[in-house]
Design a protein around this ligand. Structure first.
Ligand code: GLA
Ligand code: ZN
Length: 689
């Protein structure tokens, strides 16, 4: 296993710190551009993402290109030690293009073509859009691919959305023909199209889902989502191809978000480095639980790191507030540093913001920025940013370090799409992502690093694999999991797993389908519960996990039969009281747990995973008791380990360190045996591996 990776760019072997920067909005204000440079240095910023949404400033009219402002910007950057991620500007297009070539405009689900406006709304199939993008991209590449300031490509911006134009319909049908071997019979079977007489008798009859057309064929919905994802990735690849040859060494990324439209794991495969945009609304979750939100963000950091199992970039985050969340709260003291370093703790080699300077007009004029409309550095936000800049400057040794992981959670895009599309069981409280988070948080509270992987991935590197609500799983991937357990792995699955296969057809012969032998159970019935129907799991005396007591359960419950598994916990109430709710199956050299109902209390997951991980021989970041809402995450270069102890609990905490020798990473001093963590506090430690 590689323990230390090279920095993302050999030009900048440091922690990157910077922001999206749009000097083209300020060309009439040269004094502001000069001041920006001074302030960037003052804030300890060393990288800016430039060119995002700059199309009209680079190609004012069709075929008329201007690069003067970008020439002088990049030259000034290199004279001042500031690097640039150079964006391709395809995230928004000029009005002249929409006017002359309406095919670039996206058609919505209702089949109405958009007018020109906003951004992220072009047809990814349109040959005109592809040509125009490739032309400008290649001009940028020709000019800047070897510029000393440029350390990477930032392809477009937050790819997403879908287009239903005629070009896309044809491309979808062609995609289906390839997938189903030109065999309409096969497609009809895969989509169970005889249902409601939806059988297709020619390819031309197939249309993407529409509110006034087809919405109920789950196989169609799922394949449409897969097509949209692949078409978007194909467009991104087209952009990469247009710049790559000018300097194959220049790393390529595109900034991802929490959007659910693209299979990011697939998108990551065509990139050199993964980057993402994180916008937690601290202090504003319904239950005001920042620890839950911190675990949610941590899970995303882990997801993005897991794509390549190497450091990623936090490409955007807000230095203060956003303008699009329902309430725009400021970050409380300490939170900017804590949440920025949270990304680093989980494997980011950068902390970057949207945006450097608040725009003077238009929709994002009140979105947080490093520099406010006041224009100077004497602000709370600027001071917070500068503090992060100073901290990152001290973390050069952490650049490129890896995250050693023994535990993985399975999170598949097609499962996510299919499970949400299905009707039944509990339409009002399905909560797929929240369920994944419940399990993740148990591990996060224990300070156990986690990879987020796919059901098709190689599992052999992990001691424990958890699959919350793995509703869609293919026979092939089911077999892989079975083999993993037989060979000594530990696996945990939950209710509503192994229900459908690749095209959303139910597995026949009993759920959990391809996981049935692994789990040693048969799930005969699954029900949704009203909020008034509280059930629970009563742990059995002498159970293999030594868990005791009982835990409230709600929302979903599955009635299972033991087929080789043993019962660790039984249902508490209702006509199935006493029947198995938590089981363990021993298969070959491994163990497979099944949780048949949704436990409410977060402490259950902490206790469950404390027991399962210690049985599986999984190490925690520290052998210390971590208070609720406090986590410890780890990066290593093989020789030294860097530990990030983070307090998201909302109250002051302290942690007693284990017996190893720790130094404080910031001060270099020997760490006290008990470390104090103020509200939103963070302590970074170093120890020998
Ligand atoms: C996204 C976009 C940015 C900006 C921010 C605002 O992440 O990529 O251009 O609009 O949101 O939060
Ligand atoms: Zn289209």
């Amino acid at each position: 296993m590689i323990t230390k990776f090279p920095s993302i760019s050999s030009k900048a072997p440091v922690m990157l710190h910077g922001a999206d920067y749009n000097p083209e909005q300020w060309l009439k204000y040269p004094e502001i551009l000069r001041e920006d440079l001074r302030l960037m240095k003052l804030a300890g910023c060393n990288v800016m993402s430039v060119g995002i949404f700059s199309w009209v400033s680079l190609e004012k009219e069709e075929g008329v290109f201007t690069f003067d402002w970008l020439d002088s910007l990049l030259d000034t950057f290199s004279e001042n030690g500031i690097y640039a991620f150079l964006a391709t500007p395809s995230g928004a297009r000029p009005a002249w293009m929409s006017e002359k070539y309406p095919e670039v405009l996206r058609v919505e689900r209702n089949r109405v073509r958009n007018l020109h406006g906003v951004r992220h709304n072009h047809c990814f199939t349109s040959p005109v859009y592809r040509d125009k993008t490739a032309l400008l991209n290649s001009k940028l590449a020709e000019r800047y691919a070897h510029h000393p300031a440029v350390i990477g490509w930032h392809i477009s911006n937050e790819f997403g959305g879908e287009c239903h134009c005629d070009l896309c319909q044809t491309a979808f049908r062609d995609w289906l023909k390839v997938k189903y071997d030109n065999n309409l019979e096969e497609l009809n079977h895969a989509w169970w199209a005889t249902f409601w007489s939806h059988t297709y008798t020619s390819w031309e009859q197939i249309e993407s889902p529409a509110p006034h057309g087809e919405t109920q064929v789950h196989g169609l919905n799922l394949d449409w989502r897969r097509f949209v994802s692949e078409q978007t990735i194909n467009f991104c690849q087209h952009e990469i191809t247009s710049v790559r040859s000018y300097n194959p060494e220049l790393p390529v990324t595109t900034n991802m978000h929490m959007i659910d439209g693209i299979d990011y794991r697939e998108l990551a495969k065509i990139l050199d480095v993964v980057s993402w945009d994180a916008y937690p609304d601290w202090g504003y979750t319904a239950d005001d639980d920042d620890a839950r939100l911190a675990a949610w963000i941590a899970m995303h950091h882990d997801l993005f790191r897991s794509f390549k199992k190497k450091p990623f970039l936090l490409m955007e985050s807000t230095p203060s507030l956003t303008n699009w969340q329902s309430v725009s709260k400021l970050k409380r003291p300490g939170m900017h540093k804590l949440s920025s370093l949270q990304a680093v703790a989980h494997g980011s080699d950068s902390v970057q913001y949207f945006q450097w300077r608040k725009s003077r007009g238009s929709s994002e004029k009140f979105h947080g920025a490093v520099v406010d409309h006041s224009g100077h550095a004497e602000t709370r936000v600027f001071r917070d940013v500068a503090e992060v800049g100073r901290t990152l400057a001290g973390l050069t040794d952490v650049v490129g370090t890896s995250t050693p992981v023994q535990t993985a959670i399975i999170f598949d895009w097609d499962n996510r799409w299919a499970i949400k599309d299905a009707q039944g069981i509990n339409n009002s409280a399905l909560r797929y992502e929240e369920t994944v988070l419940q399990h993740y948080r148990g591990l996060w509270e224990l300070g156990i690093p986690v990879d987020i992987i796919s059901s098709g991935d190689d599992l052999s590197a992990y001691k424990l694999v958890i699959a919350p609500m793995l509703y869609l799983i293919s026979e092939v991937n089911g077999k892989k999991i079975e083999k993993y357990v037989e060979q000594g792995g530990t696996f945990l699955a939950t209710y509503w797993s192994g229900v459908v296969g690749e095209t959303d057809l139910c597995h026949l012969g009993g759920f959990p389908g391809p996981l049935r032998r692994t789990l040693g159970i048969w799930a005969e019935e699954t029900e949704g519960l009203h909020s008034r129907d509280l059930n629970g799991i009563v742990m059995q005396t002498g159970n293999a996990l030594s868990l005791s007591g009982d835990y409230d359960a709600h929302e979903i419950a599955e009635l299972i039969h033991l087929e080789g598994a043993e019962m660790l916990g039984a249902y508490r109430n209702d006509f199935y009281a006493g029947q198995p709710a938590l089981t363990l199956n021993k298969l070959g050299a491994g163990l497979a747990y099944h949780l048949a109902t949704r436990v409410k209390d977060p402490t259950f997951y902490v206790e469950l995973y404390a027991a399962i991980t210690s049985k599986a021989g999984i190490t925690r970041t520290m052998n210390s008791e971590l208070p609720t809402g406090v986590t410890a995450q780890l990066r290593t270069d093989g020789e030294n380990e860097y530990i990030f102890v983070q307090n998201f609990s909302g109250i002051q905490q302290s942690v007693e360190l284990d017996e190893r020798a720790y130094t404080d990473l910031e001060s270099g001093a020997v760490a006290a045996s008990v470390i104090d963590l103020p509200v939103n506090g963070l302590v970074m430690l170093k120890r020998k591996a």
